[in-house]
Design a protein. Sequence first.
Length: 268
Amino acid sequence: MTAASRQAAKGTVYLVGAGPGDPDLLTLRAARLLAEADVVFHDDLVPDEVLALVHDHALITSVGKRCGRPRITQQGIHKLLIESAWAGQSVVRLKSGDPLVFGRAGEEIAALRAAGVPFEIVPGVTAALAAGAALELPLTDRKSASKLIFCTGHHAADKTDVAPIWAGPLPDDATLVLYMPGRDTSRIARELAAAGLAADVPCCAISHAARPQQTHVACRLDALVNLTCGAAPLLLLVGRAMESLLKGDTADLFYLAEQTLAAGTQVR
Ligand SMILES: C[S@@+](CC[C@H](N)C(=O)[O-])C[C@H]1O[C@@H](n2cnc3c(N)ncnc32)[C@H](O)[C@@H]1O
């Protein structure tokens, strides 16, 4: 029996990737679990269009930790997942993108294991891959980008020293995808230059990849400090594979592009 042919089991927690926000980019397994689960606990970045796939009788709870709402702790989330499973419900823990990429899934897995709660992980399309598709841009390139690096500009709250984005030299044949870059482009530019990246390396900031409000801006590393990026959720992609976004450009001239998704993508 394949995973897709199984039903959502009572007493089990499913850590499910919601992808970048377009319901068409969910896996079949994710869509099926959303239609079957008794309860769904989701992050802030999961939009209503995805939640619309949840069964009418299911309980949907946001456990997002941003936007000024009273903060739920990570331990609070573990408790909700475990108690719902112990109550005999089928539980979906819905995370944006892929659940195993920058999503604190490790802590949730450890808590579920410690409580003896069965769980399953359902992958999703991570933001970096959605961004590449949305920009129509391969993230690797046979001549210029043989490595793909996913890293984050956001650090654990309990870290006393703020580590640089990258310690030591960065390979010059890599595409670096920076999740949660924050708004401090001058710090990012400084740290990437300190890691050995050349001033003319292309950078692209994409906001709301694969969403109707998607926008992107691009420039060279030495102009990053002046780049006005779109709203969060935002990704910064850096590397020679981004060159086509700046074709015909000079080092200090911004290329600005806004694109709407193909006709037929609708927001309900
Ligand atoms: C907590 S991380 C979760 C990443 C997620 N698990 C994934 O695999 O995409 C949240 C960050 O992912 C990035 N992100 C998520 N969805 C995005 C989107 N549609 N467009 C651009 N960036 C996105 C942003 O950098 C955002 O701050």
